[in-house]
Structures are given as C-alpha cells and as structure tokens.
Design a protein around this ligand. Structure first.
Ligand code: NAD
Ligand code: MG
Length: 389
C-alpha cells in the first residue's frame, strides 16, 4: 500500500497490552487515517502473531528472545520483519519507518525506546508515564531540542492537554488531577492489610493492565501522574492538586490566572484519549458511547486519604525533592508491585519497601541519564533484597 501524507504510520510499542490493544482497535476503525507499521511486545507471542497477521506491519519485535523462532516461523509466509531482544526494541524506535510512536510499554522498559523515538524526531503519544517519572527532565529537554511533540495518552493529562488548546499564552495557575480513588476508596489500614491481588485488580471504572491497576489501588498511580504532569506541562509541585472524583467523568481540570477553570469530560474509556493522541490536532468522529449528564446527578469531589494511602505522600515527596528520587520511587514501586502480584508481599508492605528504598539509595540532585540508569538498578536490587525476591 502506498503511504499518503494523510495516513499516519503508527509504531505501537507494547501492542499486546491494555493500551496497545485499544490503540489497535482505534487503528482498525480508521484505516484511512492510520496503519500499524511496528508492533512490539514483551512475551505474548500468540497475540503478537495474531496482531501481525491481521495488521500486516512492516516490523514486529518481541523482547523475550526465547520466543523469536516461534514468531519468525509463524510469520514466514509474510513480508513482516521479525526482531527480538531489548536492543532490537530500542533500535527499531530509531528507524525511519513510522510517523508516530505510541509508547504503551509498561514501566521503566519504555524509557529507552521512547528516548530513541524523540532523538529520531518522531512525535510520541505517551501512555508510559514511568518514562517521565524516571527521567522527565531529560526526556522533555530532548523533545524541546528536537521539536518533537509529546502528546499525552493518560486520561488526566490528555484532559489537561485538551483544556490548554488555545491557551498557550495564558499561564496555568494550577491543574486539578482527578482520581477515582480506586477499588479501596474509603477503606482503612485494618482492611487493606488483608487485601490480595484479586481485590486490587478489580478497578471500578477502568479495565487496565495489572501494574497500573495495583498502582491505582494504592494511589501510587496518582502520585506518578503528578510527576508526569509536572514534566508535561512544566509545573511546580504546588501547582498540582489531586481531587478524588469517584465517577471518573471529569478527567482533569486547568485553573487559569483569572480563576476560570476548564474541565474535559466524558465517559471513562481510554479509547478516547488514545484516539485523540493519534489524531491530534484533529478529532475523528466515532461511535463510542456518549456521556448522558441526566444519568449523573452526583459528581462528587473529595480530599485524598493521605494517611491511609501513604504511597501518594511518598510520590509527592519525590516530586518536591526532584533529582533521582522519583526514579528511585518508581524502581522500588515496580519491584514492590511485582512482588505483590505474586503474593510475595502484602498490600501495605509495598509502601514500606518504597519508603526504605527512597531513604537508602543515594540522592543525586541533577542526575545524568547514566545516573538514572544506575539509580534504577540500585533501587531495584535494594528493594528486591528487602523482599528477599
Ligand atoms: P499492560 O501490562 O496491559 O501492557 C504492557 C505492554 O508492554 C505489553 O504489550 C507488554 O508486552 C509490554 N511490555 C511489558 N514489559 C515489557 C518489557 N520489559 N519490554 C518490552 N515490552 C514490555 O499495560 P497497560 O495497562 O497497557 O499500560 C501501559 C502503560 O500505559 C503504563 O505505563 C500505564 O501506566 C499507562 N497507562 C495505562 C492505562 C490503561 O488504561 N491501561 C491508562 C493510562 C496510562
Ligand atoms: Mg491516568
């Protein structure tokens, strides 16, 4: 197929995940706007093969090298190029074969390919918030240098981004990040001490990958999003407020210097911010369910319970201190969530692991990219030792 300037070639990093599969639904529904040019995943070979046979991309990458032969053989009758391994993942991000990267890998693993996309001058639709939590200063600096737009996919940040359209000369007074509160809203520590992965994975409003579901249940997700917002919109920590809004209809708000507040609203459906990030600056008609305000006679707003959900406080501390502390927080959290998901660590113990790791790993005020890599490694091994993983 010839590529015209109106068709965006999408490189979907993390195509088998929750965001990845929803992005493919958006691409499939809009064949005149988008093609899937690159698909990547960690280890889900069966789904990657199925996606590749359906979307006929130029390239697929599977990070788990032990799955290479299976994917290669399954796609032998096609022109699709198959690569495997972490290095290949990063290299493909640097190739001039696509127009927009959707960064939908979960966790720290998304950092290297996203940085390479920016270095290659490719716009990024960013779902992978950990990239900005770990190295937001370097990532955003590089994006400015390369004049590459970073378009948020995270619903809160997409909301803020949409509220800011037409307001570029108007300073932000503050942003209000809404949080659903997760599955344990209103619960106290005596309840949380006993919760297991099955409970944490039951989010009331969103159906997401395992890691972000746990992060939502601990409110770490909102803390990571505060740090993400700090970098995306160049804010100071005190310009970012979190409000519990269990209905998830208002996705976030911006308050301007005259006190006027803009909100972006809709039903909680990630396909909308995904589609917007793909179509930006345009909008595409779709048939997603619409929000009927007559059915919502109670949109409520509340202060988060910082005493119970201490991860949020730890993230705010990292946001305020800056340096490599958010990177350390993120690494310890990834290890803690991994252990919790395998029933190796209790729900409340996750906070202890993160807190101790933040105290232990040396603080660096202005880290280089190598410092971030090292801090991440150090924090991971310290946290893993604590849990005896
Ligand atoms: P997921 O676990 O469902 O999918 C993750 C994807 O990344 C998969 O394709 C997986 O194969 C790939 N992956 C995982 N580890 C990898 C590694 N080490 N190397 C290479 N690839 C790897 O996750 P998700 O819920 O789709 O979330 C993806 C990102 O988007 C996260 O950063 C999350 O915070 C963010 N996000 C997700 C949602 C949501 O609704 N799911 C909403 C907002 C933001
Ligand atoms: Mg979000």
């Amino acid at each position: 197929m010839t590529t015209t300037s109106t068709i965006k070639r999408i490189a979907l990093f993390g195509s088998t995940g929750s965001i990845g599969t929803q992005a493919l639904e958006v691409i499939a529904a809009n064949p005149h706007h988008f093609t899937a040019e690159v698909l990547t995943c960690n280890a889900n070979d069966d789904l990657l093969i199925k996606q590749a046979l359906h979307f006929n991309p130029n390239i697929v990458v599977i990070t788990d090298e032990s799955k290479y032969t299976k994917v290669k053989d399954a796609l032998a009758g096609t022109d699709i190029k198959v690569f495997a391994g972490e290095a290949a993942l990063a290299e493909v991000a640097s190739m001039d074969v696509y127009d927009l990267m959707v960064a939908a890998i979960v966790g720290y693993a998304g950092l290297a390919p996203t940085l390479n996309a920016i270095n290659a001058g490719k716009p990024v639709a960013l779902a992978n918030k950990e990239t900005l939590v770990v190295a937001g200063d370097i990532v955003m600096q590089k994006a400015i240098e390369k004049r590459v737009p970073i378009i948020p996919v995270d619903s809160e940040h997409s909301a803020i981004f949409q509220c800011l359209i037409g307001e570029m000369r108007n300073p932000i007074e503050k942003v209000i990040l809404t949080a659903s509160g997760g599955p344990f809203l209103g619960k106290k520590t005596n309840y949380l001490v006993n919760v297991k992965r099955e409970h944490a994975l039951q989010h009331p409003n969103w159906n997401m990958g395992a890691k972000i579901s746990v992060d939502s249940s601990t409110l770490m997700n909102k803390g990571l999003e505060m740090i993400e917002a700090r970098w995306l919109f160049n804010l100071t920590p005190d310009q970012i407020q979190v409000v519990i809004h269990p209905q998830s209809i208002i996705h976030s708000m911006v308050q301007f210097q005259d006190g006027s507040i803009k909100a972006q609203m809709g039903l909680p459906d990630m396909k909308l911010p995904i589609q917007y990030a793909l179509s930006f600056p345009g909008r595409i008609k779709n048939d997603f369910p619409r929000c009927d305000f007559r059915k919502y006679n109670n949109l409520s707003f509340d202060e988060p319970d910082y005493r119970t959900f201490r991860n949020l406080g730890l993230a705010i501390e990292a946001l305020k201190e800056g340096g490599n502390l958010p990177c350390i927080l993120n690494a310890a959290n990834e290890i803690a969530v991994y252990a919790f998901l395998r029933n190796r660590l209790g729900f409340l113990e996750m906070t202890e692991v993160i807190e101790k790791t933040m105290q232990q790993v040396s603080f660096i005020k202005q880290p280089s990219l190598d410092d971030y890599y090292e801090s991440d490694g150090e924090a991971r091994s310290y946290a893993a030792d604590l849990i005896q993983l």
